[in-house]
Write a protein that binds this ligand. Structure first.
Ligand code: PLP
Ligand code: ZN
Length: 447
């Protein structure tokens, strides 16, 4: 391929490549995942990471204001006129000394990348700005996704902003209320299937194939290009240094795949000289990656992933009618579509995988709230994972760590309210009930 950007199958035995003017969500030759690849010599990539930051001074230009498109040379698949931005990526790397102290880390070494500050309240907007730009570039009229919630919120918002029709598939009873409210408010056709996320994922692929809709799940390789910029912003916020660890919750594994690709490309371009280690945290009730990597020793193996092991597990899930369960609904996924790319990211970043149970997730969520901006349950898996890895002495108190807080604290108020009101953990802070009586109120406040 001689274009500046093209799509390439990740299966080394296939290796087919395709123009970015086409849209498929899987390799049409072999059915494997697709990557976006670049001929870097055709792109005027800045020489240093700090060059991108100069665009802070031209923030009146929408593409310079965007925390995704500010890095546009590193995701150079779309002409400017088709790009769509609604100010995504204005997110903050919060140095959190209070939480660091609580966890026994060096105070200045813990950072929380709060992706809840995005327009629809989750990191998904980083991906949607990229994928919808591609959708516009190829003239798509209708879009669709399966979702545990945040994808549908982000797709519905971007579809509304670009005037595309939009259908979102959600599993019945599996979606947090904040997220469901967004999809409806932004005008998406919301289809609730009697099933879980994995059922929705299968249905949406068939519907997209049959009806020619543009698919926005993280199977979409253009989405992952946008999600790379979360890492670019962390490096920028650390004054162009790479942290020792990135800790991220793992659901469909789009983020972790995108992060690995980001670091591989920055290294190839000479924009960084070290790669951080990646820690991917599953919920115990949806721990496919943890099981495959740690128990089954599954690896990337130069692209020749042992799919027999994976298929055996999935067949076992089917036979047992297994459905994943966790309060962290955004990572309640048992058949992660980006598994292979994630294995590659684990290799790029010398990564590790752990699981944390719901009690630990809820405690970590309460701690993030107590010391910082708060986050939704899935996001807190990163902090619960950090705690575990500090206990295991895999992460050292003197390592610099960035945890990705993937979604906003207000996405799932039910989990938060129940934790505090039902005193589910040591950080519960329930409301105090008191009679409508001044002296009793004063008595309680001064106690
Ligand atoms: C989508 C989502 C995740 C999971 O991310 P993957 O890229 O699918 O692994 C985690 N947290 C939140 C809040 C999400 O919306
Ligand atoms: Zn292929």
């Amino acid at each position: 391929m001689t274009d500046a950007a093209y799509q390439q199958c990740i299966n080394p035995a296939c290796n087919a490549s395709f123009s970015c003017q086409e849209s498929f969500f899987k390799c049409p030759k072999c059915g494997d995942l697709l990557d976006i690849r670049y001929n870097w010599d055709k792109i005027a990539v800045p020489k240093k990471m700090s060059d991108f930051a100069k665009r802070w001074t031209t923030r009146n230009i929408p593409l310079d204001y965007s925390g995704v498109w500010r890095f546009r040379e590193l995701l150079n698949f779309c002409d400017d006129k088709h790009k769509v931005t609604i100010g995504e990526g204005q997110t903050l790397l919060q140095q959190n000394c209070g939480l660091a102290n609580h966890l026994g880390m060096k105070a200045e070494n813990l950072f929380l990348q709060y992706e809840g500050l995005n327009p629809s309240g989750s990191f998904k907007d980083n991906g949607m700005t990229a994928a919808f730009s591609h959708a516009r570039m190829i003239g798509a009229k209708s879009s669709a996704c399966a979702s545990t919630g945040n994808t549908s919120a982000a797709v519905a918002l971007y579809a509304a902003m670009c005037g595309l029709k939009c259908v979102v598939f959600i599993g019945s009873g599996r979606i947090a209320f904040g997220k469901l409210s967004q999809a409806m408010d932004y005008g998406a056709t919301t289809i609730q299937i009697a099933g879980d996320f994995d059922d929705c994922m299968r249905q949406v692929q068939d519907v997209c194939t049959q009806m020619g809709l543009y698919l926005l799940n993280s199977l979409n390789p253009f989405r992952l290009e946008g999600q790379k910029t979360i890492m670019f912003r962390i490096i920028e916020a650390l004054n162009f240094e790479v942290p020792d660890w990135i800790v991220v919750p793992g659901g469909n594994l789009g983020n972790s795949s995108a992060f690995g690709k980001a670091f591989a490309e920055l290294k190839e371009l000479g924009l960084i000289n070290k790669t951080p280690r990646l820690a991917i945290i599953n919920a115990a009730g949806a721990n496919t990656l943890d099981y495959l990597v740690n128990t089954k020793k599954l690896t990337w193996n130069n692209g020749n992933v042992d799919m027999q092991v994976v298929n055996d597990l999935y067949n076992d899930f089917t036979a047992k009618k297994f459905s994943p369960h966790t309060c962290a609904s955004a990572i309640e996924i048992s058949r992660p579509v980006n598994l292979k790319k994630c294995l590659r990211a684990l290799e790029t970043c010398n990564g590790i995988v752990r699981s944390v149970d719901d009690d630990k997730i809820k405690d970590a969520k309460a701690l993030v709230g107590k010391f910082g901006f708060g986050c939704e349950p899935a996001s807190a898996a990163s902090v619960a994972g950090l705690k575990l890895l500090l206990d295991e002495k895999i992460i050292s108190p003197s390592d610099r760590v960035a945890c990705i807080l993937t979604g906003h604290a207000l996405k799932d108020p039910n989990v938060t309210v129940n934790y505090h009101k039902e005193k589910q953990g040591p950080y519960a802070n329930p409301p105090i009930e008191v009679a409508n009586d001044l002296s009793k109120i004063v008595q309680i406040i001064s106690a």
